[in-house]
Design a protein around this ligand. Sequence first.
Ligand code: SF4
Length: 329
Amino acid sequence: MDWNELASSVLAGKKITEQEAMNILSCPDIEILALLNAAYTIRHHYYGNKVKLNMIINTKSGFCSENCGYCSQSRDSSAPIQKYRMMDKDSIIEGAERAHKLNSGTYCIVASGRGPTTRELNQVTSAVLEIKNKYNLTVCACLGILKPGQAKQLKDAGVDRYNHNINTSENHHEQITTSHTYQDRVNTVNEAKRVGISPCSGVIVGMKESKLDVIQMANALRELDADSIPVNFLHAIDGTALEGTDELTPLYCLKVLALFRFINPSKEIRISGGREVNLRSLQPFGLFAANSIFIGDYLTTDGQEGTKDHQMLIDLGFEVDYETSEMPI
Ligand code: SF4
């Protein structure tokens, strides 16, 4: 397979075929640098050597009615996580201060649960109004399935982006959760889009899905026209339904990132949860396909220190995609 030729055809506006997508996921390990070089040609065309940084705050942890098999906060999980109700407004604003200090361009306000109650939504929107006045941050909310009118309330408060992951393919969805449908998730992404909020939707790879499922996920997000695509790699947590699942290798993770770049060439592709444990020493290579990472911790698992992430970008010769940033070491 001539990877550079494939990248050129993507840059010329052609969609790759299912067979070409399968070839990417089945790329011989010896060709990984050639594949990443081609993915980088596409990534560089849209983003140069810039990397977007995102910081998450988990404003409510545990107490969820849903049964997502990967999630330590699910009703069926026995993982010993910290559980707490929705944080107060001041704590959400303090999180924005931390994001600002980490030079993160995006602050992601996340809460566990099927969807926000009116009280929870009011708490988030009152915090967002202040955050948008105080900091030059993109604010992303990730609060679950939205009821009518809730997306508009977020938009009016200044929320720039709404994250709701499709997580897996439509076919595989019931293997992961039965308490809500794939379509529920798609509806929320479309509702955010409808009110003018930038849609963010991504996946979790490594949940016993097939390669074809991974290709279908990348194509589904292309159809949804998600502006930002977090690609998580399963970090199986003890006490969850997927405990003990360990299917990924660092090289396969790189092929997945390349696939998402080839199928969603102009979109923000973010290496998300599970980056450190699954890509391990190959983390820097991921940024030749992806152009975005989380900095700091994830929802219930630790990330590597922010200083190490900044150092990784410096070592790669990449720059933070945030005009007011200076890189602290
Ligand atoms: S992913 Fe969200 S909806 Fe699913 S169990 Fe976890 S907190 Fe609940």
